[in-house]
Design a protein around this ligand. Sequence first.
Ligand code: HEM
Length: 400
Amino acid sequence: MTRSNVTETHFNHHDPQIMQDPYSLYTKLRSGKCPLGHSDQLGGFYFPTSYDGVKRVFSDFRTFSSAEGSGLPDQLVRLLPVDLDPPQHTRWRRVLNRFFTQEAADADRVRVQNVADTLIDDFIERGSADAVNELTRPFLAMTMLPVLGVPMEDRRMIGDKLLWMVHNRMVDHDGWVQRYGEIAEYLTAICTARRTAPRKDDLVQCLIEEEFDGRKLTDVEGYQVLLLTLFGALDSTSSAMSGSLFHLARNPADKARLTSGEVPWPVAIEEFLRFTTPITALRRTVTQPTELDGGPLEPGDFVLALNGAANRDPAKFPEPDKCIIDRDARDHMTFGSGGHVCIGRHYARVMLETCLKTMLARVPDFSVPDDFRPEYTPSEARALKTLPITFTPGRRLKAA
Ligand code: HEM
């Protein structure tokens, strides 16, 4: 086992061209002499392409640490609790988990349904829409920002800034820092207002009142958590929604199988999550000599866990490039695995299911023009930039 086994590449998840179709590269590596790839980009990093290799990176925190950061290159600020290892990370999760339970997500279904209906009302009479910019992106801003106490009039502005930050950290450093300053100031003001006028037992109140390691959080730590929650939630869930709508638009038979009940929604949702894989890459730093996917690693090496490589491994998911809505995809790696497994996954599933079900109920014949060529954002969050749909106009549920 030597480093000469490892396949050399120029892979870079921030490269817009590569991220149009990262999957063919993963396939090539998996079927070559060694499924561990190395890239000379972004300072150099290794990446496993087998399901088992990716899963191990997520699960074995003693060998693959998050404490040096989970973005590549580093996010410009530390994000909590994603950039921590146990035992600190475990303490955070114990506190934060209670806000993101299955019960909490289920209890929010009525509000989420209301968001879906309001957004669809805004375009249903027209017979056409951009499903990304008029449905899936605003859907996330309207469901997640109220949880943080952001008032209605500021949601679009804050949502737009956050989305810009998710996709432009490699493109415009100064613009990123400026928006970060504005968001930090905004979130700090929310926390300050809550200190003088406590409201309810929600995430913001918890970050103000809870003791971590025997002390209260500073404002900076508070918005490091809020920022990660928003980064984690917004474009990822929107991407799962738009990618699934795209599949359904092109596969009317699958629409019919879902509306007739032939395929249960929870089964299809897992396959949509596997197939769309909105979060593409998370970094870990090697702490001790080890072997991964047939290649040797040394302390200090960077490893990128590619969720999409795991999700398209044919040894785990036969015919992985097909979206087969009744397959059992529950083991997908879309939410990661191990201690950092996505804390918002129950919410994401509720939002995704509500969005798709409501579209099929209210706009059943939506389709995408034949000449539409999908274009994806690069970076950690891979998402359709637009999704033009046309359909038979329908009626609003509420007055304009
Ligand atoms: C389809 C939508 C989503 C996808 C694909 C996704 C993906 C992920 C992944 C892969 C991780 C693991 C990070 C790591 O191992 O370093 C993660 C963590 C996280 N996600 Fe999500 N996520 C989604 C939705 C959400 C939502 C809706 C929220 C908030 C309500 C959220 C908040 C978080 C947070 C706070 C973490 C950090 C957990 C920790 O470090 O312990 N995510 N997510």
